[in-house]
Design a protein around this ligand. Structure first.
Ligand code: DXP
Ligand SMILES: NCC(=O)COP(=O)(O)O
Length: 253
């Protein structure tokens, strides 16, 4: 079944779940061992209901390695969503491996994790060419952006068919009022993105306690979640951690 057929096989209105396996690789890199194996994590996640496997090949290779991407490209039965910076090195890798999806994210070597969205509005000429090159190679491009009209309109202008709204500010909100304000920002971003004809995904910092409000936003197509699922898997296993999240994002109660 092709990746498009897999996506189409999802029930209408179902929120798709991309599992980010970066932090399985973080544990492996901590000791330089062969375990835990991200390949095994990806296959367990797919069997548990993941609709896609997300992996972030960072410039500093702090977790996911080139060999992880190359092996998984020939093994995954769902979709590979390769996250990367919009650099020449990463563009060459994406055009060579041709994952189903490629999500362009900002990167700073000194960051603990992704801090903000990609500044598409400030880099339109470069990103227009970068997105066109990936599209030419048959890769569907997603842009990881903050929930602002300027970034959404710029994403549409550079020709990306998909955006992923950065939900980190929502997840990190420290008061109910701040969280409500961030949720409204995400909701308005989803509405604008859909009106521009974009597929709108969301991700970063989502967990079992904050995800339902994001999943309930009309028009959100896919959630990419990693850290909280891998953390739960430490105690209850990856299969059930994935099944729990898949159920949570699609339950009406
Ligand atoms: C873009 C994003 O929010 C994550 O998908 C990204 O992978 C975070 O980087 P780390 O996985 O290195 O924390
Ligand atoms: N793009 C978001 C992602 O893939 C996972 O982010 P997180 O759940 O690890 O914060």
């Amino acid at each position: 079944m092709s990746s498009d057929q897999i996506a189409l096989s999802a029930k209408p209105g179902e929120v798709l779940l991309g599992i980010n396996i970066d932090h399985v690789a973080t544990l492996r890199q901590a000791r330089g061992t062969r375990y835990p194996e991200p390949i095994q994590a990806a296959l367990v996640a797919e069997q548990a209901g993941a609709d896609a496997i997300t992996l972030h090949l960072r410039e500093d290779r702090r977790h996911i390695q080139d060999r992880d991407v190359e092996l998984l490209r020939g093994i995954l039965q769902t979709r590979m969503n390769l996250e990367m910076a919009a650099t020449v090195e990463m563009g060459d890798i994406a055009c060579r491996l041709r994952p189903a999806d490629c999500c362009l994210v900002p990167e700073r070597r000194e960051e603990l994790t992704t801090e903000g969205g990609l500044d598409v509005a400030g880099n339109q000429p470069y990103l227009t060419d970068f997105c066109a090159r990936l599209a030419e190679a048959g890769v569907r491009v997603s842009l990881f952006i903050d929930a602002t009209p300027a970034q959404l309109e710029a994403a549409h202008a550079v020709g990306a068919p998909v955006v992923e709204i950065h939900t980190g500010h929502y997840a990190d909100a420290e008061t109910p009022e701040a969280r409500t304000a961030e949720l409204d920002r995400v909701r308005q971003a989803v509405e604008l993105g859909r009106s521009l004809g974009l597929q709108v995904n969301a991700g970063h910092g989502l967990d079992y306690h904050n995800v339902k409000a994001i999943a309930a936003i009309e028009g959100v197509r896919e959630l990419n979640i990693g850290h909280s699922i891998i953390a739960r898997a430490v105690f209850s296993g990856l299969d059930s951690a994935v099944r729990d999240m898949k159920h949570l994002i699609n339950s009406q109660t």
